[in-house]
Ligand binder design. Structure first.
Ligand SMILES: NC(=O)CC[C@H](N)C(=O)O
Length: 199
């Protein structure tokens, strides 16, 4: 193992964790699926993938992972959530199913399935100053929107009508869209820089 191969996890209870594992491995990380508390304890950063947040919530509680995940987030571990993963990181969920909980950490209110049926899925290019040129091609799939950004969180990207679709707060990152399926690795590189900066 090279010194570059920092161990990072992808929450692998549900959703498109394999795509994230492949991107992280392609960037030289030691990328591991995380299904147990003991596996979480071995990694220095975590990605929470897209999928279905209400199912991920139920499984994380059923597997005894919700509390260790909250502890990891509070301890300052870098965590990047895409789509359902962003919902898991939001302090407040709008339009959740009854009883749906999040792990929290990001001072935002996120509305699930916010783009309505006609825009169930769509693609657009986003200017993201933190990531530089060119604009990022972004794929949205039954995507959430960041409806309120609290004072502790910073918006990184907005769609054309001004609604927020990417946020950052300290070691936490969240995007409504799925960079793991477009071949643009800049968000994963940004996440890995946060992980390596803590080493
Ligand atoms: N692509 C996705 O992750 C969709 C998120 C899903 N609509 C949810 O509420 O969790």
């Amino acid at each position: 193992m090279t010194s570059d191969a920092v161990p990072v996890g992808v929450l692998a209870l549900q959703g498109d964790f394999r795509e994230h594992l492949a991107v992280l491995a392609s960037l030289g990380a030691d990328a591991r699926p995380i299904r147990r508390e003991s596996e979480l304890a071995e990694v220095r950063g975590l990605v929470i993938p897209g999928g279905e947040s209400s199912v991920m919530d139920k499984l994380s509680r059923a597997f005894g992972l919700a509390d260790p995940l909250k502890d990891a987030i509070r301890s300052g571990m870098p965590v990047y959530g895409t789509c359902a993963g962003l919902i898991m990181l939001a302090d407040r969920i709008l339009d959740g199913i009854p009883g749906q909980q999040s792990l929290g950490g990001l001072d935002v209110a996120v509305r699930r399935n916010a783009f309505g049926s006609q825009l169930d899925s769509f693609e657009t290019d986003l200017d993201i100053p933190e990531l530089g040129e060119p604009a990022m091609h972004a794929v949205f799939i039954r995507a959430p929107i960041v409806e309120e950004t609290g004072p502790a969180a910073t918006a990184l990207a907005t769609v054309a009508d001004g609604r927020v679709v990417a946020v950052e707060q300290g070691n936490l990152l969240g995007t409504s869209f799925h960079p793991e399926i477009t071949g643009d690795t800049r968000f994963h590189e940004y996440f890995l820089r946060k992980v390596r900066a803590r080493e």
